[in-house]
Ligand binder design. Structure first.
Ligand code: SAM
Length: 251
């Protein structure tokens, strides 16, 4: 038996064996892997059994105490939003996996998107968030996360899961996203892209030119080959990258 679920920490423990097997089948056994939120170990225990080099970040004291007893695991006991960069710098993972706490999945994904891994990421989300991440330009769910993840990765929604796949069941459906590195050249830094997206998606209903009024003029939109009357969700990753690069040069 494991400690009872703490709702404030978004604890819904994965109990669907096929989903667990599918996630692990994508992960090479020798790959250095960082797991976010291991909880009682639905993914952690099978990874340990097969000798996966493993680091974990867990906020809940009760679970951190359990994993502390495993010297083969590098344990980071704390809030992932604070510890992530440091854990990645120290452990140098090839892959990141996690059945994420849904209450912080937006800000967490904005951070994860800036980390370039050689392997990739396998992440469980609330279904709507997974769909937003994987959405194509011009579609309704497309937004800032869809743009940010494409800086280093190609996102793919792998499969969906009903609430009953978890204990206790969440109120929402879930989905697993695979982020595969695309290794393509980037014309701007992740920070520049973040700034452009933050400003550009501030008012979704406004045109892109309106969101940058006073910053970029008609001639610049022409040079960028971006239609100034377009809405922010109509711009694909390449357009955002051109835009971010120009903004970065303006200083
Ligand atoms: N991996 C387990 C599973 O699949 O059954 C648990 C997943 S549960 C949805 C989310 C996990 O993330 C919990 O273990 C929770 O304690 C942990 N967690 C929640 N917020 C966190 C945070 N800010 N930093 C680190 N871990 C967090």
């Amino acid at each position: 038996m494991h400690p009872s679920a703490n709702k404030a920490l978004g604890q819904h423990f994965l109990r669907d064996r096929r989903a667990i097997a599918r996630i692990l089948s994508l992960l090479p056994r020798q790959a250095r892997t960082l797991e976010i939120g291991p909880g009682p170990g639905a993914l952690t225990l099978p990874m340990l059994r097969r000798g996966q080099p493993l680091a974990i970040i867990e906020k809940d004291d009760r679970f951190a105490a359990i994993w502390h007893a495993h010297p083969e695991i590098t344990l980071v006991h704390g809030d992932v939003l604070q510890c992530l960069d440091d854990a990645v710098a120290r452990f140098q993972p090839d892959w990141i996996v996690g059945n994420l706490p849904y209450n912080i999945s937006g800000p967490l994904t904005a951070r994860l998107a800036g980390i370039a891994l050689t392997g990739g990421m396998i992440l469980m989300y609330q279904r709507e968030v997974a769909e937003r991440i994987c959405a194509a330009a011009g579609s309704k769910p497309y937004g800032s996360l869809s743009v940010l993840v494409r800086h280093h990765y190609t996102p793919r929604l792998l499969f969906r899961l009903p609430p009953g796949a978890f204990s206790p069941p969440p109120k929402v459906h879930s989905a697993v996203v695979l982020l595969t590195p695309h290794h393509q050249a980037r014309a701007c830094s992740f920070q520049a892209l973040q700034q452009a997206v933050r400003m550009g998606f501030r008012h979704r209903r406004k045109t892109i030119a309106n969101n940058f009024r006073g910053v970029l003029d008609a001639e610049t939109w022409r040079q960028l080959a971006i239609e100034p009357s377009a809405r922010p969700e109509q711009l694909d990753y390449a357009a955002w990258m051109r835009l971010a690069s120009r903004l970065a040069h303006l200083g």
